[in-house]
Design a protein around this ligand. Structure first.
Ligand SMILES: [Zn+2]
Ligand SMILES: [Zn+2]
Length: 97
């Protein structure tokens, strides 16, 4: 699946696999801990390049509904663009802990 964000390079976007629920949950937890740590973990666990791992981590919403680049907080799509700032959001539904 190809993803694109108008705010980020590369402009043409990147290709990512479909994440399983477990991978989504894990990735979000890693980001919550530390984005730098999350990039390394994604590279190790799913063999992403540094560029792609960073791109993915940047767009994960730690809190459901909360845009990762502005104060908009009522996103309701799993993966979509923020209506306010246009940034790509991985607004994944994972189990609340
Ligand atoms: Zn972006
Ligand atoms: Zn936004």
């Amino acid at each position: 699946m190809k993803i694109q964000c108008k705010n980020c390079l590369p402009k043409e976007g990147i290709e990512i696999p479909n994440f399983s629920i477990a991978e989504k949950e894990q990735s979000r937890k890693w980001k919550e801990k530390s984005p730098i740590h999350a990039v390394k973990k994604l590279m190790d666990a799913m063999s992403f390049s540094h560029r792609d791992a960073k791109y993915i981590v940047t767009h994960i919403n730690v809190e459901y509904g909360q845009c990762n680049s502005c104060n908009f907080n009522t996103l309701d799509e799993e993966q979509g663009k923020c209506p306010k700032c246009g940034a790509l959001n991985f607004n994944w539904v994972t189990h609340k802990s």
